[in-house]
Write a protein that binds this ligand. Structure first.
Ligand code: FE
Ligand code: FE
Ligand code: ZN
Ligand code: FE
Length: 166
């Protein structure tokens, strides 16, 4: 697809995020299964549910553009999900698994925050107010998920565990 306008770039990036969010609906439940802390597992499970809503919001944005929702492979999320699979396969100690999962998940949240921030700026620029509002709702969820993970990282930290034991 030729990218000769902001509209085209917006649609291309929306298709990228459609792919990413759909893939995340499958990855987050796997991460929930691997988490040893119940709170972390719950955080992944509830974000998986939010992610299904986010997929629906992207479909709504496509429909506002009068376009059929079509996903385009997001190379960034492919890479990030490979990294998280590596952690899921290789981490042995529970606390190491949990901090590894948190780190992988935060890399994903930061990618999503960057993408939604850009999409919102472009939608606003093009006067697509309703689309911008839908994307804002997802951005707020990504930011909240990231903050929740930051707070869980403080208790999941294996170094902190060692300090308590000492
Ligand atoms: Fe998301
Ligand atoms: Fe991407
Ligand atoms: Zn690796
Ligand atoms: Fe997210």
């Amino acid at each position: 697809m030729a990218l000769n306008s902001l509209e085209a770039l917006f649609e291309d990036t929306l298709r990228d995020m459609y792919y990413a969010e759909k893939k995340l609906t499958r990855i987050l439940p796997k991460m929930a299964k691997k988490a040893s802390s119940e709170e972390l597992a719950d955080a992944f499970t509830s974000h998986a549910e939010e992610t299904r809503t986010q997929v629906g919001r992207i479909e709504e944005v496509f429909s506002l553009l009068e376009k059929t929702p079509r996903a385009k492979k997001c190379e960034a999320l492919e890479g990030l999900s490979k990294e998280s699979e590596h952690v899921m396969e290789e981490a042995e100690a529970d606390s190491v698994m949990d901090v590894g999962l948190i780190a992988s998940a935060q890399a994903v949240e930061h990618y999503e925050i960057a993408r939604y921030g850009t999409l919102i700026a472009w939608a606003t620029e093009m006067g697509l107010t309703q689309a911008a509002e839908l994307l804002e709702a997802s951005l707020a969820e990504e930011k909240a998920a990231d903050e929740k993970l930051s707070s869980l990282a403080e208790t999941a930290n294996p170094a902190a565990e060692r300090r308590e034991a000492a």
